[in-house]
Design a protein around this ligand. Structure first.
Ligand SMILES: *Cc1c(COP(=O)(O)O)cnc(C)c1O
Length: 451
């Protein structure tokens, strides 16, 4: 059998994160306050420590990874890069398919890359407690572990439907010492208001963010931590792409196209941005974000200023959005059910430096099963989106007689998502295309700000 796995040594873990802002043709659009005017960094001090805010607004190309963070990364990094020989054979293609596997982290996904950095910086800033939200539980479990490693208490607002449907993710967070509450909760004013109106409110990511932000803003010992969307989170995730580039370099390969699933945009930015640096220098590489047809923020959303949460507590950010009050249909890729997208990813998409496609749910599970049978790893439902788009591209190449080199990010394993696979095998999953009327209606509920 041909070699399939490319591993680096600990010394090859990147020493710096890559900040894409330095290579963007235009500076990032500023976040806006309630008065519609750009907010300065100090608008964020109620919920983030200064060292994180500094990263959030940095234009520096390379930002040093602190030694303690690099040391923590050695638990599972460098992550392996695989050549999917068996999948190539199964698809009968001349394309080369490579994937970076982030499921080797103790929490099972890429999210720990940023959780560790955020816990470290909060510890440095003297913070004792962190609040956060989690949907499917991947971010919550990552922050639970990272918080424990750095001696920080973590309280997690978990979307109520997921709290009920994903008990094992909840126990993971508890195993690592975090407190998990079903959101909406009675512990915040916003949660109490929603429960009074509807005691059975199933919750959403936007609502859980509002609760976590409200609590962090109201306590001096507590800050808030977000698992995706913001610039500093995408920055931390660039270790994925930096390692992948080095691994491909080792074997003299370079991708024609790079794919990743896209919810808030952190694992996509993580693998794609280091390649965007080459693109900015004139190299020909296509970067494709893959989202669900049921939550198509990039491909069908409005490019407008909107809030990051449901209650409208965060600054407004320019992004592709389905409206901050979006109630997501209950698809199984919980990590992709966010109304908006990272404003860096959104701006690069708007300027046509990156591409986006939407894929339907059933095709993603078909792709995940085909991948598991060929490569052995059972992918997270979110990751299946990237795989599905890769398989589509391979089919296109086969028909056109082309042979491309494709790279994708396998953002996590699916071991805690087997109930979703169960439903798929039982024929109980459906495709869902987000209705045009809903998209049009959201436009009228966006905060009115001139773009
Ligand atoms: C959270 C998650 C995603 C989507 O979030 P991004 O911030 O867009 O990366 C994708 N895959 C997995 C495994 C996740 O846990």
């Amino acid at each position: 059998m041909q070699q399939t796995k490319y591993i680096l040594e600990e010394k090859d873990i990147p020493t710096h994160w890559y900040n894409v802002v330095a290579d963007m043709p235009n500076p990032p659009a500023p976040p806006l306050g309630p008065d519609g005017k750009p907010v300065g960094p100090d608008a964020l001090t109620a919920i983030f420590p200064d060292n994180i805010i500094e990263q959030e607004v940095s234009h520096e190309r390379w930002i040093k990874i602190p030694d303690e963070v690099r040391q923590a990364y050695t638990m599972w990094r460098p992550a392996p890069l695989f050549r999917a020989h068996r999948l190539e054979t199964a698809l009968g293609t001349k394309c080369k398919i490579f994937y970076k596997y982030e499921g080797v982290s103790p929490a099972g996904s890429h999210k720990l890359n940023s959780a560790i950095a955020q816990a470290y910086y909060n510890k440095q800033a003297g913070i004792k407690r962190l609040t956060t939200e989690t949907g499917a539980g991947q971010w919550g479990s990552s922050l639970a572990l990272a918080g424990h490693m750095f001696g920080i208490e973590v309280r997690i607002f978990m979307v109520k439907v997921s709290y009920q449907q994903k008990p094992f993710r909840r126990s993971m967070m508890q195993a690592w010492g975090a407190e998990v509450l079903a959101s909406p909760t009675p512990v915040t004013e916003y949660g109490r208001r929603l429960l009074a109106a509807d005691p059975d409110n199933p919750g959403s990511l936007g609502i859980a963010i509002s609760e976590a932000v409200e609590e962090a803003a109201s306590r001096a010992d507590t800050k808030y931590s977000l698992g995706s969307v913001l610039n500093h989170v995408l920055l931390h995730q660039t270790v994925i792409g930096l390692e992948a580039k080095k691994q491909l370099e080792m074997i003299g390969e370079y991708p024609d196209m790079v794919f990743a699933p896209c919810g808030g945009g952190s694992n996509f930015g993580g693998i794609a941005f280091p390649f965007l640096a080459d693109k900015a220098a004139g190299k020909n590489v296509r970067l494709v974000a893959v989202e669900p047809t049921s939550c198509p923020s990039l491909t069908r959303g409005h490019y407008a200023y909107d809030y990051g949460d449901t209650a409208g507590m965060t600054p407004m950010m320019l992004q592709y959005t389905l409206g901050h009050d979006f109630m997501p249909p209950s698809i199984h890729a919980g990590g992709l059910r966010y109304h908006g997208a990272s404003s860096l990813v959104s701006q690069l998409y708007n300027e046509k430096l990156i591409e986006a496609v939407a894929v339907p749910q059933l095709a993603t599970f078909d792709a995940g099963v085909a991948f598991a049978r060929a490569e052995g790893i059972i992918p997270a439902p979110e990751s299946c989106h990237g795989i599905s788009a890769v398989i589509e591209e391979v089919k296109r190449c086969n028909e056109a007689g082309e042979a491309k080199t494709l790279l994708f990010n396998l953002s996590g394993h699916g071991h805690f998502d087997m109930a979703s696979y169960d439903k798929f095998f039982a024929g109980q999953l459906e495709d869902y295309v987000y209705p045009e009327e809903e998209i049009a209606a959201a436009l009228h509920r966006l905060p009115s700000v001139p773009v």
